[in-house]
Design a protein around this ligand. Structure first.
Ligand SMILES: [Zn+2]
Ligand SMILES: [Zn+2]
Ligand SMILES: [Zn+2]
Length: 325
């Protein structure tokens, strides 16, 4: 009815009794496969920055990208889409990679330097540019789970990248709304939001030359934060170098503010960017959404599809602005 897709992951197949063990705590540094010196514990790397040179899968790297050991989707095979009676199915073609942000286990985003953050953002860009040459893929989702409550099973600072053979629902929805806005006004809805919020100022958390962080007008979650580039651009991977610099600076500041105001909350960070094949250059505007995990999503939210947020965005912005960095 809704056009929803689900990945049935047979690799991760679980029998009923396996589910009890899902509550395992995040893996600490003692056996961490992402730490420098344990390169052999991960699948082979697809990209690494080694300023001093050296062979792949050895130490000396600053950022390292590897395939996920338990991928949700796999690169091999053909994209078979077929009917199954009235239903549709396709093979799970895609890619699932891990961007290890730093060799240092104890260096979460808030403690990384702006140059370090910029470096792994750049690695994401490189991977997107490489993967989008594969015509089977339609979208690349970059996200980050921070803290066990946000779904991180490894403490070591890392982001993930999933290349998908379909465009996810949230992008579809945003695109539809953005297209409607553009059809009437011939303006990008995100540019309009950026201008209005900067003028209004009540929901602005912080800005710099190229980017702005806001508490969106109707946030689903308490302290939900969006980071948008000020210059219009549909695709993250097409941003300019100085925009990555500004983004790194702002991301660090925003996470520091959340950490101080909310005592190191777990959070999810998701990059929203335009699908590959679609002509949306004027319509879509890439951005990052950060959702601290402070309240539980329960029956009401699942049932209605709308959220109860106990913190008005104006108050969230005020609290975060007041944090001294
Ligand atoms: Zn580690
Ligand atoms: Zn725009
Ligand atoms: Zn979005």
């Amino acid at each position: 009815m809704t056009g929803r897709w689900v990945i049935i992951s047979t690799d991760r197949q679980k029998r009923p009794h396996d589910f009890h063990f899902e509550r395992a705590t995040a893996m600490g540094r003692d056996r961490c496969p992402f730490c420098a010196g344990r390169e052999a514990m991960t699948p082979s790397e697809v990209l690494a920055y080694r300023p001093g040179g050296g062979p792949p899968n050895t130490t000396g790297w600053e950022v390292r990208v590897v395939s996920n050991k338990f991928p949700a989707l796999q690169v091999e095979g053909t994209l078979d889409r077929e009917g199954d009676g009235m239903f549709d199915k396709m093979s799970g073609i895609g890619a699932h990679e891990v961007i290890i942000e730093t060799p240092d286990h104890d260096r979460p985003l808030a403690l990384q330097s702006e140059i370090e953050i910029e470096r792994w953002l750049w690695a994401c860009r490189e991977r997107i540019l490489d993967l989008k040459r594969d015509f089977r893929l339609k979208y690349i989702l970059v996200f980050k789970n921070h803290g066990a409550a946000a779904g991180a099973t490894l403490e070591h600072p890392h982001a993930q990248l999933i290349a998908l053979p379909i465009v996810p629902d949230f992008v579809r929805e945003e695109l539809e709304g953005a297209r409607r806005h553009y059809a009437v006004k011939e303006r990008c809805v995100f540019c309009d939001i950026v201008h209005q919020e900067l003028r209004d100022d009540r929901r602005v958390i912080q800005e710099n030359t190229d980017a702005v962080a806001i508490a969106p007008y109707a946030p689903r979650f308490a302290f939900e934060t969006w980071v948008l580039p000020k210059r219009h651009g549909a695709r993250f991977e097409e941003a300019a170098k100085h925009e990555y610099e500004s983004l790194a600076r702002l991301l660090k500041a925003v996470v520091q503010r959340l950490n101080r105001a909310l005592e190191m909350p777990p959070f999810n960070l998701v990059l929203h960017t335009a699908p590959f094949a679609e002509e949306v250059a004027d319509v879509y505007h890439w951005h990052i959404e950060i959702m601290p995990k402070l309240t539980r999503v329960a029956g009401f939210e699942w049932g209605t599809g709308f959220y109860i947020n106990p913190t008005p965005p104006e108050e969230a912005a005020q609290v975060l602005r007041a944090v001294r960095l």
